[in-house]
Design a protein. Structure first.
Length: 275
């Protein structure tokens, strides 16, 4: 299944993009992303989700095909110009030195020679990421969830004053408690909407994907097996993707909720009782 969007307004476009890593091949991927679009990438472990994101970000160079960003070959963008229009939150965001957290957030702004509002942007970005209280602490003393919030604030700072940019995030909510996951999902959505940024996120939680994103890219075995809207009609494709049965209901606000259906456990009969 393929969701129809106009190629004339493509923010990012992949044309038959593929890569070979050792004995494994990924792709070819052909898709495009429009400004303001929110896309979730879903798939089982090893499906190629992080590989696709690295091809989108230019971290990895494709073996075949071409990636374009704002109508220009992604490979032709200077690092300085690209960093003003595209921000990446990788799965692992370790910082090599014991930097103070506010300096880590400020790293998102390093491409700007003159940045008179840096301090204000760092503070506002940390507040949006629910991390303002962490700015004076050393990054390497923070918990995994606290580090994730600081790294998300860095992404916010990077594209704070840009429009029609692209945000690529790999499992941004994985190390956080459920309440904070929902808060930061709201922050990501509001941030991207206000600036008309495209947002692409790798997720493992189906309900987060359905709640906060417009479109789903489903990957399996290194291939894009479906590209479809995030609605109840996606459930059969999700069942096929994960090889499980899924049940659907709605909560008191009318939001679709999806849960795996477990098969009834077969318990052994007590001793001396005929089955």
């Amino acid at each position: 299944m393929r969701m129809k969007t106009s190629t004339h307004t493509a923010l990012l476009q992949l044309d038959s993009v593929g890569i070979r890593l050792g004995a494994h091949s990924f792709g070819p991927f052909s898709l495009h992303i429009t400004p303001g679009e929110r896309i979730a990438i879903l798939g089982p472990s090893g499906a190629g989700k992080s590989t696709l994101l690295k091809l989108m970000s230019r971290e990895w160079k494709p073996t075949t095909g071409q990636v374009s960003f704002h109508g220009q070959r992604l490979a032709d963008w200077s690092l300085s110009d690209l960093s003003r229009r595209r921000a990446v939150l990788p799965q692992s965001g370790d910082v090599a030195f014991g930097l103070q957290a506010d300096l880590v957030v400020g790293l998102g702004r390093v491409a700007r020679v003159h940045d008179p509002h840096l301090a204000d942007i760092v503070q506002a970005s940390a507040t949006l990421a629910h991390a303002a209280g962490l700015l004076r602490r050393r990054f390497d003393t923070l918990s995994g969830g606290e580090q994730a919030r600081i790294q998300l604030a860095r992404v916010f700072a990077q594209l704070w004053d840009a429009h029609d940019g692209l945000i690529l995030v790999d499992e941004p909510l994985a190390a956080l408690d459920p309440g904070l996951q929902l808060d930061l999902l709201d922050s990501l959505e509001a941030y991207a909407f206000a600036r008309h940024h495209g947002l692409v996120a790798i997720l493992h939680d189906i309900n987060q994907a359905m709640l906060g994103f417009d479109r789903l890219l489903l990957l399996k075995g290194g291939k894009l097996v479906a590209d479809l809207p995030s609605s109840a009609e996606a459930v059969p494709a999700l069942e096929s993707l994960y090889g499980i049965a899924l049940g659907c209901t709605t909560d008191i606000q009318g939001t679709l909720v999806i849960a795996p259906l477990r098969k009834p456990a077969r318990r052994p009969a007590p001793a001396g009782v005929m089955a």
